[in-house]
Design a binder for this molecule. Sequence first.
Ligand SMILES: Cc1cc2nc3c(=O)[nH]c(=O)nc-3n(C[C@H](O)[C@H](O)[C@H](O)COP(=O)(O)OP(=O)(O)OC[C@H]3O[C@@H](n4cnc5c(N)ncnc54)[C@H](O)[C@@H]3O)c2cc1C
Length: 387
Amino acid sequence: MSKSIDVIVIGAGIAGSTCAMQLAGKGHRTLLLDRQEFPRHKTCGEFMSPETKEMLEVLDIHLLDIHLLDQSKKPSTMDHAKIVMRQGGVIEAPLPGFAYGISRYELDQILHQKALEAGAQIVTKATITSIEQLEDASYEVQVKQGDERISYRAKAVIGAHGTKKPRGMASAPDLRDQTVYVGVKSHFSGIEIPARVELYFCEGGYVGISPIEDGIVNVAALLTLDTVQGSGKSVNDILQAASLTNVSLAARLAEGKPVDGTQVSIAPLHLSNVPEPWSQYPHIGDAMLMIPPLCGDGMSIALRSSLLCARWTDKYLQGDIEHADWQSNYTLEASREFTQLLRRARRIQKLAFAKTNKFYPGLARMIPGLAAYVVKATRLSEMNAAR
Ligand SMILES: Cc1cc2nc3c(=O)[nH]c(=O)nc-3n(C[C@H](O)[C@H](O)[C@H](O)COP(=O)(O)OP(=O)(O)OC[C@H]3O[C@@H](n4cnc5c(N)ncnc54)[C@H](O)[C@@H]3O)c2cc1C
């Protein structure tokens, strides 16, 4: 016998938690599922662009009012970027606005609290084993929760599961870039950093360093799988190997030490060629679009797609539109909103990955384009958030 529910959101990261919060707030019976247990560390640079902060405010989540798990801690702020090339060239540029540094360990937990307050039910350590669409357009979702197997019948399903699809689902190969990347993250203590994000280019990718809470810094990297192979298995080994190809990075990392238990990685990682807003059900966040993380847009895209999807899903659940309209309207709007943004980010990524001795002048010409892009590309004004 299946349990009946209005909407199941798969994945309780930024995109899923905020989408569940909005739909529960509209009175829909909302179940938010995640296979992990929270709080948890997440592979992310934890650089929150001004747009991400603004978008959270649209959702009535005010970063400076929130309480972190440890209430003595506060998010940090950044107002400029420093970009360090492999050959040692340095470019500094102001960020057009304040960016924030807050760990996903804290942020995702805060968003869960907001979703719960709005009335969503959250179940963690729950893995989706199958999703089937029935003749009446509703969904049958099989979930493994501990030793139990539970079957849900939902009017709507939303995929907020990040880059990895639930078992049995797959993206068409041409939607994703063929280059295989590895993403890693570790917190470090002992690295003194002013109010800035630092980006170091190294062989096969880049490493970002930025402050988060309480004097701790985030060190996150995106590297091609080719360059990582042979550098050792642990996150710290991978970061150390990357630093061998940028002396400034090596010196910076040597100032501090990794914080135990904060190391996470994701692989294989494929960047998107085009957004994928729908396959059987709508996708949001990284499930819809894996943008090169170089520009720090991932979280703002997660929030923008969550806002867009919640609006169309609410209309569908209210009975104002049919399933086909839910699909076509969300697909159309998401494609319109994110295709250009992805193109721009891919151009910058390509330049950054070009043979280094050639790309420096090109990239330098784009600066302050790159630093400005870090925050400008996703300006809230580009989206009609109040719709
Ligand atoms: C190296 C790196 C650095 C980055 N740096 C930044 C940055 O500085 N700033 C920025 O804005 N963005 C950054 N990003 C991007 C950003 O992390 C993502 O865009 C953002 O986390 C997307 O949120 P999401 O909610 O879509 O997915 P996620 O945060 O990945 O959440 C997905 C959730 O779904 C769950 N899940 C997955 N599969 C299932 C399943 N089958 N069943 C149940 N649950 C499931 C997972 O456990 C996870 O909790 C970075 C990414 C990388 C790789």
